[in-house]
Ligand binder design. Sequence first.
Ligand code: ZN
Length: 391
Amino acid sequence: MKSFLKKLAACAGTVLFLLGTAFPTGEILTSHADEPITISYSGFSGSYWSVTNADIQLNFSAMGFYFTAFQADLQNIPANLSGSLEYQIYTEGLGWQNWAEKGTIAGTIENQLPMEAVRMRLTGQLESYYDICYTVFQNGVWTPWITNGNDAGMGGTNVGICGIGVAIIKKPIPTGQRILDPSKPMIALTFDDGPNGAVTDRILQSLEANGGKATFFMVGNRVFGGANTASVQKMAQLGCEVGNHTFDHKTLTKIGSAEVRNQLLKANQTIAAAGGVSPVIMRPPGGAKDASVLSVAGNLNMSTILWSIDTLDWKTRNKQKTIDAVLSRAKDGDIVLMHDLYTTTADAAEVIIPALTARGFQLVTVSELAAYRGGMAPGRSYSSFTGGGTA
Ligand code: ZN
């Protein structure tokens, strides 16, 4: 009985709110109707769950009762984004309870011990692109909006929570970076063995016309001469990525670590001299790599990039087969191997680039793909970034 009276007294604040005298503070109460991810949540008080609320709506306990349990879940999480929403509550007399997720009940149903504070956080890739924001009604007032794992409400005060509001908000894009949508598919087209004058230029023109970017793993000794230097400069100017494919197209597993280092360094210097940007990624000719090659690259602060779709364009020299190899398999996180040596590859690229764009793919550089799909580290190799890459 004593406990019930205490609840009744403290939750008089609910009445105040309903009369319109209290609102949470902060800048959350803005429209986000185009937000692709939504949240639903509900609190338990007295003997039933509150109606399930979505996004910013404020959720109240039964009149005269504190919330004693809470559950929440996200909807419309894009399939290519890992992670979930986790929540943790502070239960009167027990302290912080275990983290829960995906609609699992946090708190007490039978014992009905009041919730005194709440924490919520996003995990996985969701955490990188969204903020979770929440407020609770305690002791007659709404707290300010709290974000990303911080405490909303006060634990250990013997004052329960009788209102809760939650919202999930997309983080702002850092200035200076290209705006990419992590919820939409991304793919990295890569071209090896160039630059090669007109062929490289046709690919660059198609990328520019479609707002896409690609990565060019170049052979250092091809960079100077003819129209090739201008190609490297145009790549850099368009925001395409310059990659290292060694200076002489050597098979790196056969030449010893000193020469591997020499091949990589010389190519980096030549590419930087031509285009003003030094590569941070390399692709070993023929894909030939071993622990020693990865280690030498790592010492130069470079990651090794392989591929997940091999078009075999060098072998077939066939426009349609090259197109089919990409369009029949393309999926989020793929790295596509082509060669800007052949006219048939330029012919194919002029179809592939608009076709993938029309399908909703963002054509990104390898470094962009890595940044949005799990990251990459020097000294390791990756053949795709479908949610974390590979060792
Ligand atoms: Zn090659």
